[in-house]
Design a protein around this ligand. Sequence first.
Ligand code: AMP
Length: 302
Amino acid sequence: MKAITTIAGFREARLAAGTVGFVPTMGYLHDGHLCLVRRARAENDLCAVSIFVNPTQFGPKEDFARYPRDPDRDLALLENEKTDLVLMPPVEEIYPPGAGTWVDVDGVTARLEGAARPGHFRGVATVVAKLFNIVAPTRAYFGQKDAQQVVVIQKMVRDLNMDLEVVVVPTLREPDGLAMSSRNVYLDPGERRAAVVLWKSLALARGLWEEGERDAGRIRREMTDLIQKEPLARLDYVSIADPATLEELSRIEGPALVSMAVYLGRTRLIDNTTLGGNEARPPAIDGAGPATAEGMEGSRHG
Ligand code: AMP
């Protein structure tokens, strides 16, 4: 495995590779990230990962400065997964002085995370476009955990005629259902216990939908009530939207993306699940712990 800090160095190392699978990350890696890496490793000749905490996707009051970082540990984990190349550039390498070109994806960035975090997706799309230009991947791997990010990247790739395949990987969860996230480290023990309310509200939505409920407003209200009953949680939004356009639904006729953002103390967590469509059985995606029909049933009434 080679860890490389410069664009020129990366391009040279990548030269003449066959297919390249690429996983962009902000580091502080957990098993969710490693699922993406394993897919990239299995499906391509060369496996490349970037570790870059991208300043332009953080708002001025967000956690860029305190975002967790542990490059040595990350490198050890990636080495263990037989990663070939790790790009870990300093900020000036990606944004040299005077850099002023941005990728703005219309429409799907206006809602949900885009509405809650102005400028976030401009930063995401710009850095991902830059990383794609540097890495020249055959396939790029993204987590369903960041569902809107997937929609934005897919639209960017299509709109800008980028020659690569976007592969979406299911959300990996802790045994109690909490989606793995680098930001979970911010939670104190009480907040960590309370954070399961995100998964519980997704399970509640799924349970209602499985019983035949198609009124999106009713499901939103039930989810909101459940989250508001958790004293340590503060709801930012719950959404039931068309998975392609992200427009809010009033009735669920086809597949629906159920998503939310919730604060536990200062920590903002997001999670989602898709109803309908051909997803396996979320939130039971990875079959671990209580993420079973029984677990979801229990959490609805518990
Ligand atoms: P991040 O380092 O948070 O920017 O995440 C890098 C990539 O890992 C993104 O495509 C995320 O969607 C993905 N990811 C983060 N958490 C998970 C998870 N729990 N399961 C699957 N993918 C994840």
